[in-house]
Design a binder for this molecule. Structure first.
Ligand code: ARG
Length: 563
């Protein structure tokens, strides 16, 4: 049963308001003493010309109780206490019936959402910021698909721009083919860094770089073939990371894909009378919106990042006819996206409103500062490897006899990193600290995976999982709190979608794992007082495992049955 709907219906019987409007007002109180659901009466005060607490008191006497233990008024709130037996039964039975689909819906049916994420730059390391984007984007893709949206996953590779002219110049002077063969990105990074060092002494180099990029844009064979080589080598490396994370894309149309689509865009900007000359460059003025101009063409005639984003947005609209188009890119690029979206709007594309930048914070390491220019980077493969190795050490200590240790360590080690990215509000910066990330007792990925494995281990000990149970026996505070969280799973998915914020779901899964452990520690399951209670508790364990699994799956983390 959808309790919010039921409550809305009951209130509607007494108040002439739109049912879905009422439903939206219903809250989940912070403390269970305040009921399981609460309806605030503030919004009714104007309509009835009465104080909210008077309205709450009056409504209390009119509400029909069916489905509820009681309804109380507390100040301006009407607090609903559900009929626990019924609530437990419906919740647990629904989970066990829907299994992997529990929480899913066809809410987004018929709507296409383009989700752009990851988008690393070729010939450069895939860095911790790209992993942030990958974790959020992959999770949003999973959550949105779960709710019925048709998602198109786009990797907007950074594979075009003047830097490739520089890289070609560097390649021709300094490349070590053997090193390139062995560790392509490290070698390309080495010569790129060298280029910047040398260019300070020898300004001719910049000139050379510009020439090579011009040739690349004009399709000259040598430049094009070197550029393709860089791209192939990079993609091979990136795909190792994607395979390890089990992340996929429907399109790898990166910046270069738009190189022949920009002239058309520039023309239509010009036709609209928006293109202005400024210090030799061509720009769209955005003063009116309190933004610096959006640069379309540099003074040397080269197009830039923003032009390619304009072309990409239009291409995506024409190709996918999206309902929403979201860009999972670091918050430092917020202004860039505002400029791009505003320019689209000025060009007459009203759908620019459906483009959303989903930003995220910076990634820091407790005691180091990273910069690609100086070649000081953390290679992602190293980061993942380190996490897996450290996890293996912990397993060797805690459970040396475990089967498939490597496999388990991989799922937990990678899960721990993904969890770290998805645990907090995405705008918040994160600091990597192994002790915290791999703490099996903190609010971490391993902690949740461990809770799941604990549940699974109980279920393995039961010979016959009962078909049915008397769920009204689950009447301790611990049991009810857990069941309430299981019931709220779907709601947390909706909230995550509304704010495009996977951490809302992550936090909910953390709360479920915590409540599960409280239940586990305070209620005997296999040695419950009687068979009836034991059966009901076993079913609750089964349902909890199912919801934890569904939740972890939606944030891209795999479960293990034993750890
Ligand atoms: N490649 C860029 C970077 O590494 C991110 C691309 C973001 N996406 C976009 N449509 N501009 O910073």
């Amino acid at each position: 049963m959808d309790y919010k709907k039921l409550i809305a219906k009951k209130i509607k019987e007494n108040v002439d308001l739109d049912e879905s409007f009422i439903e939206k007002l219903i809250e989940i109180p912070p403390k269970s003493e305040m009921g399981d659901f609460a309806f605030p009466c503030f919004q009714l005060a104007k309509k009835f010309k009465k104080a909210p607490n008077v309205i709450a008191a009056e409504l209390k006497n009119k509400i029909d109780l069916e489905g509820f233990e009681s309804v109380e008024n507390l100040g301006p709130y009407l607090n609903f206490f559900v009929d626990k037996g019924n609530f437990n039964k419906e919740t647990i039975e629904l989970i066990l019936k829907e299994k992997d689909k529990y929480g899913a819906s066809d809410y987004g049916k018929g709507k296409t959402i383009v989700v752009e994420y990851s988008s690393p730059n070729i010939a450069k390391p895939f860095h911790v910021g790209h992993l942030f984007s990958t974790a959020i984007g992959n999770s949003l893709y999973k959550i949105l698909s779960f709710e019925g949206y048709n998602c198109v996953r786009v990797n907007h590779l950074g594979d075009w721009g003047t830097q490739f002219g520089k890289l070609i110049a560097a390649y021709k002077r300094w490349i070590n083919e053997e090193a390139l063969e062995e560790e392509p990105i490290k070698e390309l990074l080495r010569i790129y860094v060298k280029f910047h060092e040398e260019a300070e002494k020898n300004p001719e180099l910049e000139q050379e770089g510009r020439k090579h990029f011009k040739n690349l844009e004009d399709g000259c064979e040598e430049e094009v073939s070197l550029w393709s080589k860089f791209k192939d080598l990079s993609l091979k490396e990136f795909k190792k990371v994607y395979n390890a994370l089990d992340v996929e894309f429907d399109s790898y149309a990166g910046e270069s894909f738009y190189s022949d689509k920009m002239e058309g865009v520039i023309e239509s900007i010009d036709k609209k009378g928006l293109l202005v000359e400024s210090n030799g460059a061509k720009v769209v003025m955005l003063d009116e919106y309190n933004m610096p101009p959006c640069i379309i063409k540099k003074s040397d005639g080269a197009t830039i990042y923003a032009t390619r984003d304009l072309a990409a947005a239009i291409y995506r609209k024409n190709t996918y006819d999206f309902y929403k188009s979201i860009y999972v890119v670091g918050t430092p690029q917020a202004l860039h996206f505002k400029q791009v979206f505003t320019t689209l709007k000025l060009m007459g594309h009203d759908w620019a409103e459906d483009c959303k930048h989903v930003g995220f914070g910076l990634v820091k390491f407790a005691d180091r500062k990273l910069s690609t220019r100086n070649g000081d980077v953390i290679f992602l493969e190293d980061l993942l490897r380190e996490s897996i190795e450290k996890t293996l050490e912990i397993i060797n200590e805690k459970n040396p006899d475990l089967e498939n240790k490597e496999e388990v360590a991989k799922k937990i080690g990678i899960g721990a990193i993904l969890f770290t990215y998805l645990k907090n509000n995405r705008e918040k910066d994160i600091v990597f600290d192994w002790k915290e990330i791999l703490n099996f007792d903190g609010e971490t990925g391993p902690y949740i995976q461990y809770s799941y494995a604990r549940g699974k281990s109980i279920l393995r000990k039961v010979n016959n999982i009962p078909n049915d149970a008397n769920y009204s026996r689950l009447n301790s505070k611990e049991e009810f709190e857990l069941i309430k969280l299981l019931e709220g799973f779907k709601n947390s998915i909706f909230n995550a979608i509304n704010k495009l914020e996977p951490s809302i779901l992550t936090r909910h899964v953390v709360e479920i794992a915590k409540a599960f452990n409280k239940f586990y520690n305070s209620c005997s399951i296999l040695n419950a007082e009687d068979e009836e209670l034991k059966s009901a508790r076993i079913k609750l364990v089964e349902a909890s495992c199912q919801v934890i699994k569904n939740g972890l799956n939606l944030i891209g983390i795999k479960t293990v049955d034993k750890m």
